[in-house]
Design a protein around this ligand. Structure first.
Ligand code: NI
Length: 176
């Protein structure tokens, strides 16, 4: 296994529409997925899409840590290959997001509150679930990477976009 280099905002691979994975069971894909999980955990992050490691294919790895699971359950690191998302209601939630391709920053963007998704894993098994809250947030953020969309492109209020440390300082009353 190996840690992969993460592309940062500005690299053209992040703005491409990624191609479907033709053979999810291919050993090359399996190795890529293993390396992406290792890279995500090392960062640390909760999701990592193939375009972020310079591979323009429709797959991402993600996890839902227990502390972020809310009323849902913890989800260990896993992969979603050739995913599809269905929005189950028109309800919108505002999500504070960061991205490994945009280090140290965060922003608040609208996401659908209730979704269903479906894809496959490296064994060709169907992976499908209904998701709400943080789980639904992660899936939509990672899926966007496959379509060349980064979260700042979804901002509705630019004043919510900035350095995480500055927002933390302001919240702690350290700001002038
Ligand atoms: Ni991201």
């Amino acid at each position: 296994m190996a840690l992969l280099k993460i592309a940062r905002m500005g690299h053209p691979v992040l703005f491409q529409h990624a191609k479907a994975v033709a053979d999810p069971g291919n050993p090359t894909i399996r190795r890529l997925v293993d390396d992406m999980i290792e890279t995500m955990l090392d960062a640390p992050g909760v999701g990592l899409a193939a375009p972020q490691v310079h591979v323009s294919l429709r797959l991402f790895v993600f996890r839902v840590p227990g502390a972020r699971a809310g009323e849902g359950s913890e989800i260990p690191p896993g992969v979603l290959i050739n995913p599809r998302i269905t929005f189950l209601s028109e309800e919108i939630m505002m999500c504070t997001e960061g991205c490994l391709s945009i280090p140290a920053m965060r922003g608040i963007v609208p996401r659908f509150a209730h979704i269903r998704y479906r894809g496959v894993d490296c064994d060709g098994r169907v992976v499908e679930a209904e998701a709400r809250g943080f789980h639904a947030n992660v899936i939509q953020h990672e899926y966007d990477h496959l379509d060349g969309i980064l979260y700042p492109m979804r901002l509705v209020d630019f004043t919510s976009f900035g350095y995480a440390a500055e927002f933390a300082n302001a919240a702690n009353g350290d700001a002038p």
